[in-house]
Design a protein around this ligand. Structure first.
Ligand code: ZN
Length: 157
């Protein structure tokens, strides 16, 4: 898995460039959700049972988790919350596909197939080296968007 900073950095930039800001936090939560719900249980359950959480790190598993989580919101918010959580989680799974490990890890078609997939463009550790790049890009994009917002608003007066 790319680290959670890389997942969040990519998600932040995509969201800022292509979407409204209202559900940014939900989208970001969706991008870290697959690792949070599958890694935290490793510390809580006895070793040997951790495979129980592997199906949650799949498109079908994340769809069900996002659907369940969206029901904690008001009825009028459920659809956009679900869509943003789900798209964020799919972005996460897509980014995970790009890395390679010792063995392919991603059960894309679970429960219909147990075949594991990977695209294998970079190692699991490679994303750690570009964390400063994400932080610089995020600050840069934020500054440009704020500057553009100020100049657009100044032009209206
Ligand atoms: Zn992951």
């Amino acid at each position: 898995m790319p680290d959670l900073v890389t997942h969040s950095g990519v998600a932040y930039l995509i969201y800022k460039l292509f979407s409204r800001r209202r559900y940014l936090i939900i989208f970001l939560a969706g991008t870290i959700l697959p690792d949070v719900i599958t890694r935290i249980p490793y510390f809580l359950v006895e070793s040997g049972y951790d495979w129980l959480f592997v199906p949650l790190h799949t498109p079908v598993g994340m769809t069900l988790v996002c659907l369940w989580l969206s029901y904690f919101f008001e009825e009028c918010e459920r659809k956009p919350v679900f869509v943003n959580l789900w798209l964020g989680s799919l972005l996460h799974l897509g980014m995970d596909l790009l890395q390679y490990g010792i063995i392919p890890q991603h059960l894309l078609l679970f429960p219909f197939s147990l075949k594991r997939y990977e695209i294998a463009l970079f190692s699991a550790e490679a994303s750690m080296y570009i964390i400063p790049l994400w932080l610089i890009l995020i600050v840069g994009v934020e500054l440009v968007l704020r500057y553009r917002g100020r100049t657009i608003n100044a032009g209206r007066h």
